[in-house]
Design a protein around this ligand. Structure first.
Ligand code: EPU
Length: 431
């Protein structure tokens, strides 16, 4: 077991380079299954979620070859088994994108119900509704396998009952080679939806409207291999922005699309933090106190739920009381108990957190409850007085590339410590 040991109090300063977007990569990698030739994908983040997807592809028979640390070549032609086992699917939510891509290519898929971070109930009814509307039969059989079969995938009109990133992506993947036109309404508009559609269009797909409420897909018969570079990670960038603010730092965050960061920039400006935008970077600098700010998370272009734990952590050391409302998930405040151990004063009632700012946080042993909650713990630890030990760091490393190295380069005092290291220290001390 490994943990992070963080000595707080160092203001972050310098420059950091943002990696490729996790949530774009985890959609684009399964989408490569649809190609009739090799796909070269650049700007792939080196994170464990991506490694799991490569393993799934290899288990199905695809050739996966790293051309360098951030570029992969996927040749999906040898794929023979349109199936994702429980062992793989339970490790991450995005494994369910193989439902759409396998259905699109083979007209059948057998994929286990997905795992992923626990934010309360996370149904897949809208995915199933979409597959069925396209002409597929969907059944959930023994062991939580979702069996999907169709004689033909036929273009249709689908209105999603909730705005969902996952179902929007899955249904696009299933419909891209359908006969006729598919119109999807009330779709998600996140930057990674647009990136996936750009990837598919570069393979010869005919999809319009990504980034708006309505997506129109003219089904095509063939999709060829392609060469594509993934967009920068909006949430990794936002996490560094908030970390700079929380530590009274001054950081230039490079390789970003500032437009994707607008909702985060807006809240930081309201909090009294300086944010300067350039063509492909932002500079975040804090000299004064943090002001209280209330906000609600919403689908894009609203404030992203994946930045809620980090921003709540910043507000925990603000002047005054902020109200944070979680508008996407039922239960995304579980990490608050951990922040309280560090001296935060936050009351949670359902989807609402009332955050009464305190002067400072104190180091404490805490857990990363999930990926973004883990990022929040890192921010809290770097801003706190004293030393914080963060357990369950595997969650953080699912989605943040070289997180320790990046924060250390900005001046943070972070170490990755294994339990063995600690045992050795005790043995040494006793001998
Ligand atoms: N929902 C339904 N029915 C469905 C699908 C979703 O009711 O069939 C509900 C969910 O329960 C939730 C809301 O719709 O309340 C939004 O869920 P969505 O489908 O948009 O989320 P997701 O696809 O499961 C992706 C990201 C999450 C991110 C959300 C929202 C990936 C792999 N995951 O999840 O990212 O929080 O969109 O933006 O892209 C993360 O990166 O830390 C992360 C959790």
């Amino acid at each position: 077991m490994e943990k992070f040991v963080v000595k707080g109090g160092n203001p972050l300063s310098g420059e950091v380079e943002i990696s490729g977007a996790k949530n774009a990569a985890v959609a684009i990698i399964p989408a490569a299954i649809l190609a009739e030739g090799p796909c070269v994908i650049e700007n792939i983040p080196e994170i464990s979620d991506v490694s799991v997807l490569f393993k799934i592809l290899q288990e199905m028979g695809a050739n996966v070859r790293m051309l360098n640390r951030h570029t992969v070549e996927i040749d999906p032609r040898p794929v023979k088994f349109p199936m994702v086992s429980y062992e793989m699917a339970r490790r991450m939510r995005a494994s369910y994108y193989f439902m759409g891509s396998l259905l699109g290519r083979f007209k059948k898929a057998s994929v286990c119900m997905p795992g992923g971070c626990d934010f309360g109930v996370r149904p897949i009814d809208q995915h199933i509704k979409g597959f069925e509307a396209l002409g597929a039969d969907v059944s959930i059989v023994d062991g939580g396998m979702v069996d999907i079969k169709a004689d033909e995938i036929l273009g249709t009109h689908i209105y999603f009952d909730v705005v969902t990133v996952g179902a929007t992506i899955n249904v696009i993947l299933a419909a891209v080679k359908a006969k006729g036109i598919t119109i999807l309404e009330n779709v998600a508009k996140e930057p990674h939806i647009v990136d996936l559609v750009n990837f598919l269009n570069s393979m010869g797909a005919d999809i319009r409207g990504a980034g708006t409420d309505v997506i129109k897909i003219h089904g095509v018969e063939h999709l060829h291999g392609t060469n594509y570079s993934i967009i920068p990670d909006q949430i990794e960038a936002g996490t560094f922005m908030v970390a700079a603010a929380a530590t009274k730092g001054d950081v230039l965050i490079k390789n970003v699309i500032p437009k994707h960061l607008e909702s985060i920039t807006d809240k930081l400006l309201k909090a009294g933090v300086e944010v300067e935008e350039f063509d492909d970077s932002v500079r975040v600098c804090r000299t004064g106190e943090i002001n209280k700010v209330s906000f609600k998370t919403m689908p894009h272009p609203g404030f992203p739920t994946d930045m809620q734990p980090q921003m709540t952590t910043l507000l925990a050391i603000a002047n005054g009381t902020s109200v944070v409302t979680e508008g996407v998930y039922d239960n995304r405040f579980k990490y608050v108990d951990e922040l309280r151990r560090m001296g935060a004063n936050i009351q949670v009632d359902g989807r609402v957190a009332v955050v009464e700012g305190v002067k400072s946080l104190m180091g404490a042993p805490v857990k990363a409850m999930d990926l973004r909650a883990g990022a929040a713990m890192l921010i809290a630890a770097m801003a706190a007085n004293g030393t914080t030990e963060i357990e369950d760091i595997k969650y953080i490393e699912r989605g943040y590339e070289h997180v320790v190295e990046k924060f250390r380069l900005l001046g943070a005092d972070i170490k990755r410590v294994t339990v063995e290291d600690e045992k050795e220290l005790v043995v040494k001390a006793l001998s």
